[in-house]
Write a protein that binds this ligand. Structure first.
Ligand code: NAP
Length: 422
């Protein structure tokens, strides 16, 4: 029975669902040996370093990932970086198919003056900072201001605004990075604006996330009822289901009784940012609004307006994505997930996306290569295997237990390697 070797680069949701689709496609006349390569010593991608820590339910998908990782014919090669420790062209020679599943890690630029100022950052830097991503622990997040502005009307903007606006004691039972909880506890921010450039009928939020907002225990969430009334009119008599659900959820927030909390999170619609101003440090944002120019003073601006893929040598990119046709890049190279289709959809979207690409890969497979594997390329490198990762995982979970947290994340690469046994 022929066994085809498939390398998956990137241990996030897209990578795991690609592995799962391969496992599901095995038959009496075809099996797959799957090697997943991940540059960090920890797998799970955005489930570890992207999902908001106050939404732990979303992270339970990691149980599925662990099942895939232990289902057989699967090996993890953590702490191995493509382009540094191993070259793409070498992988392509060793494997029958190579699948890029590296996501989109760069924040899109607003393209307005002031993005270079201290106090302006992208969600692409802020989110991994509070999630203990080893490469982002040094991000400078100035929280010594009373007002923050989040630009964008998607779920990432909402995550970011919520993390800034909630009472940080609510983060104690979460796996937020310890240093970030400490910083949030010292934060002076009491007012967070979440600014959408269009009306509420166009917002990219999803309704379950909106419906969660009034449950914040120490924060007033403010949406102007007249904004939503206008959006309902603009949406017309037969709005799409998602738009209607969103507007219903936002109307409920607008009508939700306000309390005396000093912490507020306020939605502003039809606010198009045109300039970020300040002397070396963010001091205000200028917006174009339907009634003219409006200036809001603030000390922190975070844009959450989408992501682009980090370019890699040997791969062509277009509009922030890997150039591909239905997942095929060239020769035996394929792409799945956000690197393929851009940053859209929820974690589960990657399942059907990957299944389609795996079908295409299988249809292109002929005779298996007999050319070794990644072990021939990396020599004595410190590889975090599934066994090493399970030790790290258990140690993090164990240190969280007495604190009532799901885990205490280790953010230092060397410490992670040490925990893994190196
Ligand atoms: P997104 O949903 O595409 O939202 C991006 C937002 O940025 C849109 O509101 C867009 O407005 C706005 N925008 C783009 N360019 C702009 C500019 N130049 N100036 C001002 N605003 C601008 O992206 P995301 O929030 O990064 O989320 C990515 C994906 O992850 C989404 O599918 C999201 O649902 C998912 N996600 C899900 C969860 C969850 O389920 N809990 C959490 C986080 C993320 P326009 O519409 O006007 O372009």
């Amino acid at each position: 029975m022929p066994t085809f070797k498939v390398a998956i680069v990137g241990a996030g949701p897209a990578g795991y669902f690609a592995a799962q689709a391969l496992q599901n496609a095995q038959s009496d006349d075809k099996t797959f040996a799957i090697d997943m390569i991940e540059r960090l010593p920890t797998p799970w991608g955005l489930v570890r370093s992207g999902v908001a820590p106050d939404h732990p339910k979303i992270k339970t998908v990691s149980k599925v990932f662990e099942k895939i990782a232990t289902a057989g014919n699967f090996r993890l090669f953590g702490n191995v970086e493509l382009g540094t420790d191993v070259q793409l062209s070498d992988l392509q020679k060793k494997y029958d198919a190579v699948i890029i599943a590296t996501g989109t890690s760069l924040g899109r630029k607003l393209g307005i003056p002031g993005e270079e100022l201290k106090g302006y950052l992208s969600a692409a830097d802020f989110v991994p900072w509070y999630n203990a991503h080893p490469d982002y622990t040094d991000v400078d997040v100035p929280l010594d201001t009373d007002t923050a502005i989040v630009i964008g009307a998607g779920n990432v903007a909402m995550d970011v605004a919520r993390m800034l606006a909630l009472d940080p004691t609510e983060l104690d039972p979460t796996d937020t990075a310890n240093y970030a909880i400490a910083a949030f506890k010292k934060s002076g921010i009491r007012k967070v604006y979440i600014c959408a450039r269009r009306g509420a009928e166009h917002a990219a939020f999803t309704s379950p996330e909106l419906r969660d907002l009034p449950k914040l225990e120490h924060t007033n969430v403010i949406i102007s009822k007249s904004d939503i009334d206008a959006a309902i009119t603009a949406a017309g008599d037969a709005p799409e289901k998602d738009v209607k659900n969103n507007l219903d959820a936002m109307l409920a927030i607008a009508e939700h009784e306000k309390t005396s909390h000093v912490r507020t999170m306020e939605f502003l619609f039809h606010h198009v940012p045109t300039e970020i101003k300040g002397a070396g440090q963010v001091q205000e944002v200028v917006f174009k609004t339907p009634t003219g120019e409006k200036v809001i003073k603030c000390g922190l601006v975070i844009s959450a307006i989408g992501y682009e893929a980090q370019p890699m040598t040997g791969i062509a990119y277009e509009k922030g994505k890997v150039l591909n046709t239905d997942g095929r890049v060239k020769d035996n190279l394929y792409v799945v997930g956000w690197a393929k289709r851009g940053p859209s959809g929820v974690i589960g979207t990657n399942k059907s996306d990957a299944a389609g690409v795996i079908e295409l890969i299988i249809s292109n497979l002929t005779t298996p290569k007999n050319s070794g594997d990644i072990n021939d390329l990396i020599g004595a490198h410190k590889v975090i295997t599934q066994t090493h990762w399970e030790v790290i995982n258990a140690a993090e979970v164990a240190s969280g237990e007495p604190l009532g947290k799901p885990r205490v994340k280790v953010a230092d690469k060397e410490e992670l390697l040490r925990l893994g046994g190196f």
